[in-house]
Design a protein around this ligand. Structure first.
Ligand code: G4P
Length: 525
């Protein structure tokens, strides 16, 4: 690829994640986007709990059983001259760790909100991570075909709870049974809901922003109500500000109904125009690596073992930060200095995994891994060593002591734990003196998935003994005295052998701080 070709290719990339609270409609909207992208031909292929078909991204058996998406997957398609990469994020609250890391690999996020429910807890948590990254966040207020809350009320709540400015791009004319259409504020037209003439789904507006010509909708009270609201937000709302959108300080808001495919295309069209192309990534030395610089570089944000149980494969997901990735490329793994030729890689078109011929900055590729990679690793092809900024670690809150049920099967037990920990599915600690295994997770379901996968993928039945919710605090090893440990503040080591205490509760932590005022305790993110 010439430098000009690379620049053109990079400028075409739009890489984003969709975040939402479970059931807000993330899967439904993803499916509509894939339909527009021509990746799937029929609704219901991504998820159809009722029809017995499952999401292309639902690789694992447990997902089918629970009907939730446990792992993030990547879907790629072309639309309006752009190459879109959607990184799916599990909506279930217990999988926030995996989701958080996925958000490190995207350039923008789309937040789907159920218009009857407003901002829900999981949305809030995920939003915080996007905000921390300073990436643009687009909002889709979903389920307009149902009676929901007043649009003004929804925007007010969003601004208050998430501390971000909202800027409506379109406005609902009615809702639920009375849904008539969407008033497109930027394109100055009305998009009709279930138009009588499907060839003509739009109504033109005159100079004053009113329906041009005769139309029964003019007399409809939901239309006049919408006009009042639009006037109000025009005067008292936030002015559209691309600079604020770019830094995640303002979110463009789109209304619609994913299920009835209303407003989704309008959203997608605006999104591809407004969403950012891949931007520079910072190294640990704060050097900017621009996406169009010729040498390939990227970082691993996720490792998934056994995506296909028949092949026992392990895939490391790489976000490309600069240059071009070609099959057979020679790279260096920064952490170990090891040089490798990457012959076996994959692109993601949902379940059709194709060999990558060429991918550029902004794209995600999957590398078949035989145990070389860890989450957070940088790989690069140039002469200068690169090490991208560390991925944030999220402190687990729930802990379990874990042992193998069958003592004769220690080998598979250790192998399973090691691989699942490396994959980032769960955190592993060892008690300081006895070396017992303690697992840490953000949510209960993570333990269940661990147990299930140990049994099904590694043939190792495990015994899990809850030690409850704990607060993990790292201690400077120079200040450590093993006598400080008690049942209330269990002393353990993390996988890097760094010592930490698992405090039973806030009181135990406070008691400790009073007793050892000179000791510094630190939390991770
Ligand atoms: P999620 O991925 O965010 O968890 O949500 P998902 O798309 O699975 O949607 C959750 C439920 O909400 C689904 O119904 C889906 O059909 C419904 N839904 C999504 N978008 C809309 C919308 O615009 N309007 C209405 N009325 N409903 C919507 P379900 O019955 O729970 O799922 P299923 O059993 O049909 O799969």
């Amino acid at each position: 690829m010439t430098p000009t070709e690379l620049t053109t290719a990079v400028q075409r990339r739009r890489t984003f994640a969709i975040i939402s609270h479970p059931d807000a409609g993330k899967t439904t909207i993803t499916e509509q986007l894939l339909l527009f992208g021509g990746v799937i031909r029929q609704a219901g292929t991504v998820k159809g709990k009722k029809s017995g078909q499952f999401a292309k991204s639902d690789w694992m058996e447990i997902e089918k059983q629970r009907g939730i998406s446990v792992t993030s997957s990547v879907m790629q398609f072309d639309y309006a001259g752009k190459r879109i990469n959607i990184l799916d994020t599990p909506g279930h609250e217990d999988f926030s760790e995996d989701t958080y890391r996925t958000l490190m690999a995207v350039d923008a996020a789309v937040m789907v909100i159920d218009s009857a429910k407003g901002i829900e807890p999981q949305t809030k948590k995920l939003f915080k991570v996007c905000k921390m990254r300073g990436i643009p966040i687009f909002t889709f207020m979903n389920k307009l075909d149902r009676d929901g809350r007043e649009p003004l009320d929804l925007i007010a709540e969003l601004e208050e709870l998430l501390d971000i400015e909202g800027c409506a791009m379109n406005w609902p004319i009615g809702m639920g049974k009375d849904l008539r259409g969407l008033y497109d504020i930027t394109k100055k037209r009305i998009e009709l809901y279930r138009p009588t003439d499907v060839e003509e789904p739009y109504l033109a507006l005159d100079e004053a922003g009113r329906i041009a010509g005769d139309n029964p909708l003019k007399e409809d009270s939901v239309y006049t109500q919408a006009l009042d609201d639009i006037e109000l937000i025009g005067e008292a709302g936030n002015a559209y500000d691309p600079a604020k959108i770019a830094t995640g300080d303002q979110t463009p808001i789109f209304f619609g109904s994913a299920l009835t495919n209303f407003g989704v295309k309008t959203f997608l069209e605006s999104f591809v125009d407004m969403a950012p192309q891949p931007e520079a990534h910072l190294t640990q030395e704060a050097t900017e690596i621009t996406p169009t610089s010729p040498d390939f570089s990227g970082f691993i944000f996720k490792i998934q073992a056994n995506m296909n149980p028949a092949h026992r494969d392990r895939i490391a997901f790489v976000r490309i930060c600069s240059g071009e990735f070609q099959r057979g490329i020679d790279i260096t793994l920064t952490r170990t200095g090891k040089k490798m030729r990457l012959n076996n890689s994959t692109e993601f078109m949902a379940d059709t995994r194709e060999q990558v011929t060429s991918a550029v900055a902004g794209d995600i590729v999957g590398l078949y891994d035989t145990g070389n990679f860890q989450i957070g690793d940088t790989i690069y092809a140039g002469k200068e060593a690169i090490s991208f900024e560390k991925l944030p670690q999220f402190t687990p809150e729930l802990f379990m002591r874990v042992t193998a049920k069958n003592v004769m099967k220690q080998k598979s037990f250790h192998k399973g734990i090691q691989q699942l920990v490396q994959e980032g599915a769960i955190q592993l600690y060892k008690t300081y003196t006895t070396g017992d295994y303690i697992l840490g997770a953000v949510g209960q379901l993570q333990f269940e998935v661990f147990q299930y996968r140990m049994q099904h993928e590694y043939n190792s039945e495990v015994i899990m003994e809850p030690i409850g919710s704990r607060t993990a605090r790292w201690i400077n090893p120079d200040q450590l005295d093993e006598k400080m440990s008690s049942s209330r503040n269990l002393l353990v080591k993390d996988i890097n052998d760094a010592p930490l205490f698992l405090f039973e509760n806030k009181f135990a932590e406070r008691w400790f701080a009073d007793k050892y005022p000179e000791v510094e305790l630190t939390a991770k993110l």
